[in-house]
Design a protein around this ligand. Sequence first.
Ligand code: HXC
Length: 519
Amino acid sequence: MGLRTIEELCAELEAKRKSALEGGGKEAVDKQKAKGKGTARERLAQLLDPGSFVEIDEFVTHRCHNFGLEEKKPLGDGVVTGWGAIDGRKVFVYSQDFTVFGGSLGEKHADKICKVMDMAMQTGCPVIGLNDSGGARIQEALDAMNGYGKIFKRNTMASGVIPQFSVILGPTAGGAVYSPALTDYIFMVDGESVMHITGPEVIKAVTGEAITSEELGGAKAHNTMSGVAHFEAKDEAEAFAQVRKVLSYLPLNNLDDAPFKPGNDSPDRADPALRTIVPVNPNKGYDVHEVLTKILDDGEFTEVQAGWAKNIVIGYGRIGGRSVGIVANNADVLAGCLDIDASDKASRFVRHCDAFNLPIVTFVDVPGYLPGADQEHNGIIRQGAKLLYAYSEASVPMVTVVMRKAYGGAYIAMGSKSLGADVVLAWPQAEIAVLGAEGAARIVFKKEIDGATDPGTKMNEKIDEYREAFANPYRAAERGYVDEVIMPEETRKAVYIALEVTESKRETRPAKKHGVIPH
Ligand code: HXC
């Protein structure tokens, strides 16, 4: 046959490229589209800066010889991998192709994902995975399972080194859920994404419980009930916009700084509304988001896990152009108390910020831990301890603003001076005490109240006495537990100055392999 011409060789490459682009074929692509879903490559084009995607491993195929799979060897093996840019910053990506064997993960499919993860680690860049998969490729059996194990190991090694995001764009069943669960964030699309370990049929067979796939593991379920997901989007485009937004606050890796984005919002801006948003009466609720938007640059707050454990609010913003992580009690929900889910939610976020060099600004208005046998029996002791652990371990700059209540153990847990806050600010209505005035008066003056001719009047007297003496920021300021008592409207400027002065903070930790965080 002799040597082929360059034209013939190029035509062969062209044909292979065309074949790779076909994925699972027209019929499967039409089926995908009919569900309102994008194809793997369309999704990457939508996520990344226009024209920035570079694909690798386009011609990889599986090497399975079971159940007739040897007759079907689609190029790319059901996952599109490579790199591209988001706001001009390099990211590595993979996008599972449901049109090829249902996006199921076999040996080579896993190898492709591992390759981009390794490149991301070597170059210090985020990894974004677009997941749309029926789980372990059943025909490949143990090789598929081994592939998952290799990804889990890499997810864990990359944790805290590079940001890892998982966008769920279809079913993720069985093993497919655990790689996302090991990444920083899970983004889900309403009516499209589903995550579960065992599906409705298995549940029905084992427990008799009838539940739909959507109710069991849809975006709503994981964004409001389980806390598994972090962002809920109405469609794929919104999920990609969320990914891009979140990434804008983060450095590319743990040795990098977050992008600095100075705008036109002066750090000196004083908003008089802050005097009235938080009522002086400790029994009155308010929406803490209003406080946050008054303080952050351009009123912009990007919330994480907005639908779950709403008694605590976490998310990103900027102050004077610097990215910060925000943790805030929300008095509107359960009076802003700490419970199992709130502790879980906030502690993971504190560790995330610490890993990626983001200063943490904590807004405190906390009456204590949620009482109840349910909380105790489900482990509020160990779950609550996570928050103490996370703040104590963090070495990034930490600024805490005590807006109103800061009682007892919950006061200590919410980024107190003793756990390592660098600058603690308090508002004039702050009540930093071991208990609320009412509870404290009942205990300390019990005998006096019980022995009084009019116990009700006596009790009110004693509550006032206690409040006058302790329910203020000045006892804590006398001891230096609070660095400065400020007017509410001075908060933005004071936090900005605190962040500026602590920017060069360096803290060392005792040498150890790792701690044993309570779980
Ligand atoms: C091989 C698979 C597959 C899989 C789907 N397909 N899942 N092939 N291995 N895991 C194939 C189907 O055979 C079908 O091929 C095509 O993908 C599309 O699937 P459909 O079922 O037609 O699509 P749909 O109706 O949308 O249902 C999607 C689905 C369902 C819900 C994901 O396919 C499903 O339940 N799949 C199996 C899920 C599962 O049990 N996975 C294994 C989990 S065990 P054709 O040729 O007909 O188009 C696991 C353990 C790992 O993951 C543990 C690691 C530690």
